[in-house]
Design a protein around this ligand. Sequence first.
Ligand SMILES: Cc1cc2nc3c(=O)[nH]c(=O)nc-3n(C[C@H](O)[C@H](O)[C@H](O)COP(=O)(O)OP(=O)(O)OC[C@H]3O[C@@H](n4cnc5c(N)ncnc54)[C@H](O)[C@@H]3O)c2cc1C
Length: 433
Amino acid sequence: MTQYVGVGARETEVIADVDVCVAGGGPAGLGAALAAAREGARVCLLERYGFLGGNFTVASVGTICGLYVSEAGSWAYVTRGIAEEVAEALKGAGAANGPIPFKGTAVLLYVPWAAKRLFDHLVGAHERITLFLHALVSDVVVEGDRMQAVVVATKRGPQAVRAQAFVDATGDADLVVHGGGPWTMGDAGQRQFASMQFVLQHVDMNAAFGAGPDALNQAIAAYGDHLSRDGGALLPTFRPGEVIGAMTRVRGLDGGPLDVTDLAQATYGELEGRRLAEEAAAFVKEHIPGFTDAFLADTAPALGVRETRRAVGRHVLTGEEVAGLARFDDAIAAGAWPQEYHVSGRSTEYRSLPEGGYYQMPFRALQPQGFTNLFVAGRCISADHDALASTRVMAPSLALGQAAGTAAALVAGDQLTIADLQVSLKEQGAFLG
Ligand SMILES: Cc1cc2nc3c(=O)[nH]c(=O)nc-3n(C[C@H](O)[C@H](O)[C@H](O)COP(=O)(O)OP(=O)(O)OC[C@H]3O[C@@H](n4cnc5c(N)ncnc54)[C@H](O)[C@@H]3O)c2cc1C
């Protein structure tokens, strides 16, 4: 039987009082904080880890997906604005390479360490952004339909950040859930599995990549029945002898996807993820040319989580709308990544969009029901499982964040209309479709 203890009401110190508070420093939160600050708002960005980037850095995912759409035999940016800026900054620093064709679309390979430092500089350089790291939002204060403050768990106990408007970029819709708003989470089979990425060093790159793009899949087909996935990727970081392994599928004790909002499951996932990474690295060393002298340098800082709780908003973006290249009057971004599923069995399924096509994302999917000054962005937007299969990757997450942050800044200034939001996004270089 579940037991409970009372936790008494207490006054907490307000450590920042700003126009816009952004919770979560992943792609969505970065897009939101930068956009709100550039719109003139005073911003507080809260991140639970000691660095920014979310899955960009926490999960060492290794490629930026969703940046491109095919156009006249070449690749054009479909997510522009801050997503394009981040991609070009990484390329300019020699820390990214692409577009690289992949599954009928294209990706940008990047170095996670370089992304971590880029985000330090982008956020740190902005005088209107106050950044707090090691700042887990653990509760919220709501009056009527307005969020007033978030409560941050710190070593000094709970502290508060007050703001005129808020962006929930936690990936898990923490602010919506704590605020009592409606949310959803897919059942097993309708929720993506998590993965633990890993880094191999001392790889003989000529031998490894001379073996051809199918070497990994062929080796798994011949010898890899015991592995958690029947495919995956070995991604060069373009640093000498270094490769990121994307080869694991982390199942819960019941064989289904984890719910990492549960502490016991989150803990199990980290341990199991490291076990699977070790297993996959040993397989690569034994069976893929060029990896014989390689070693497992490390796993990602934490388990990579693809799907948990999502807000229920004024519009729920659906898989049919994504696949049908939907258009919306309140469009705030465009996306072209295939619907990518890490669900049942060991395989990963890609459902491509029509070549050269893109869908629009509506502002109403960023507006959780029940609040007038709270917006969601990234993988916790109001979308069903099949829409999220495309929108959740990092370039659209940056673009959704840019839209949510701009909207929050406009709300804080009492100036939000769809027309003004769209004008502002276009002035910032965003592509709305
Ligand atoms: C293993 C794996 C591989 C992937 N591969 C790719 C890929 O190759 N390319 C690609 O583009 N996408 C990839 N994705 C998808 C992509 O990385 C994510 O969907 C994307 O990062 C979502 O961005 P986000 O900002 O919404 O969430 P996240 O990246 O999850 O960021 C959320 C941030 O909020 C912080 N946070 C959470 N709760 C709180 C709280 N209560 N208080 C304060 N901070 C909080 C977290 O620490 C984190 O920094 C992959 C995902 C996984 C898991």
